[in-house]
Design a protein around this ligand. Sequence first.
Ligand SMILES: [Ca+2]
Ligand SMILES: [Ca+2]
Ligand SMILES: [Ca+2]
Length: 268
Amino acid sequence: MQVKIVKRIVQICMLGLVFFPFAAWGLENGDFESGETGWYKNMKCPGNQSVYPGVSVQSNSTLFPAVDNTSTKTAVYYGRVGYDCKETDAYLKQTITIPSDATSLKFYYKVSQPPLSLGLTSTSFKVKLMEAETSNPVAELFTLTNSTVVDWKQPDQEINVSSYAGQTYDFYFQFSVTGTTNYQEAFFLLDNISFVTGPSDPVPGNINGDTENKVDLADAILSLQILAGVDTGTATIVKENDADANGVIGLENPIYILQKVAGLRTEG
Ligand SMILES: [Ca+2]
Ligand SMILES: [Ca+2]
Ligand SMILES: [Ca+2]
């Protein structure tokens, strides 16, 4: 009888392990269609309306337009200066294990703010990884400061996360607005966060590796800079997208890219 009870207890414990794993694998509710499920929200200002000041998930509306026609909800940071509370460190975060075959991070954002000269002194939006236990910073994956108005878009550069794949982190989307003039405000919208997994197919000519796989003058200029030995600073260079696939950025790249731009090349 006792053996049966012990067996039953072991079974229940094992079921518990199946249904409540220790860390979430991958990202939960990255499109915010389940509201704030899976996300921890830091917001010290109480706010007596649904959206100020701080970070929340809102239904699509004129003020918070959808990123695409599959979206009904969007994460929104509403930064307002000089109201009853200053929310200068609002964030959404979740503890995740980045998929072991993740190559890059994707998300869409939108900014709506007046010019800084009208009373805002700074705005920022950052995507960060922190150590899950200690909150020590690990990496700043994306930074946007003092942005002007931008409609829904993805980051210009691919955000490579392959060196963090398979590891567990606190994953932060952090917002800040400061200013000197009361009632100045800025909105940051965020949606469709996801990890791209598996090796990506090369896109000949997309030397700067932008996430929309555009082959344009920016790639031509970058490849000419590489050819000329000019310091390209922190620019991303994706050798896998070399036009003739030998991994060396030669003159064939600006030629190929300019032919593409001029519409002289319809195939590949
Ligand atoms: Ca959505
Ligand atoms: Ca490009
Ligand atoms: Ca080459």
